[in-house]
Design a protein around this ligand. Sequence first.
Ligand code: TRP
Length: 458
Amino acid sequence: MATDPAPARRTSLHGEWSSRFAFILAVAGSAVGLGNVWKFPYIAGENGGGAFVLFYLLCVFLIGLPIMMAEILIGRRGRRNPVATMELLGNEEAGNPHWRLIGLVGISAGILILSFYSVIAGWAAAYILKGASGAFTGLDANGVSQIFTGLAESAAVTGFWHTVFMLMTIVVVANGVERGLEKAVRVLMPSLIALLLVLLGYSMVAADFSAGVDFLFAPRFSELTRDGVLVALGHAFFTLSVGMGAVMAYGAYLPDEHSIGKTAAAIVAADTGIALLAGLVIFPIVFANGLDPAIGPGLIFQSLPLAFGQLPGGSLVATAFFLLLTFAAWTSAISLMEPGVAWLIETMRLGRTAAAWLLGGTIWLLGFLSAFSSNLLSGFTFFRGTFFDNLDYLTANIMLPLGGLAIVFFAGWIMCRNSTADEIDPQAGRGYRIWRFLARWVAPVAVVLVFLNVIGLF
Ligand code: TRP
């Protein structure tokens, strides 16, 4: 392909978002999911709270936000799937098509993440029915924990719900009905926030709110390990959906006239707000009931039902909550699979349906390694623990930060200043200069330092 130093503005083959708000909804639908409600509380609990949360917030705003902006600007400039976009811009900016590798590694990360993500989403879906049946009413911590272990220790039930969730995801991706989901996000995301606020009311009145606030926000730096620092960094990527090209894929459809900075800031603020809200709901319940905050991936499943069991109309609240959580996970799952499907369609010349079933089927099979990690294969541990633990660690803490590092390095150092300014702010005002400083220096250096730190070199 010939290099073209001053390209005319490209248009996407698949149209554009109808409005900036539609784009925000799509990316927010991707970003807000199990990462906010399930993962953030459990890793904050495992890593001692306060100092971990502070470091996570720093990572989100100083690293995650500029990387999200880099993904959007690259996606919008290339207006293709992430592999093709990186190849095109690699050629255009550096005469080097191998930048496409970033797209390929990203697609692999999406596949690995979805394989375990679907298992947890399946648990959330299973809890919709448990809530509706009134199973939580009047239970104590012991009873709630038995319900959770009954689910996690059953290979058949966990595998069944993982299958259901993967089918839901495949069907949507196969039909390309993201536009319909966009409308649904518009209603369901505010509902999820409203329900979290109701639960916040419960936690303030009926649980140990001050202990929860103290745990989340009082920094105790001695409790933050080297590994905890890496987990906080990795989670900043995971929760914002950056580092693998998902946001890049959506950025391809963002109309030229919309501000990338404002858009990304709104998404990051919403995502962070929902995570903190979930933490403020869960930890007061944890402390009021003498639960161990470091209990692990089962934390929300063993704490929230205690509130549902005591609230008037709790069965209804529980049903609605897990329904909305499953939905939030669904919109995230779609964004994990979409880049791979788009790539299969364009390079293997498959139809969308075939591509979705092929990729989805592979992810479904791979997912059984995680579905069986809490039962049949629970004794089979290596490196970080079970298959589930290792997949989570490898993707969130290694693949996404490295992918994000490559993306932000490309945007900050490989792309010429005019290209990035053209997308972010042609006047290159203060906002642009701050972004460029974060993208060139702060984000890459911070990621490298955290890696050096965790291997003990710093
Ligand atoms: N951000 C989502 C969550 O917090 C998960 C997710 C969706 C994701 N798409 C992604 C994570 C892409 C990393 C990369 O639940």
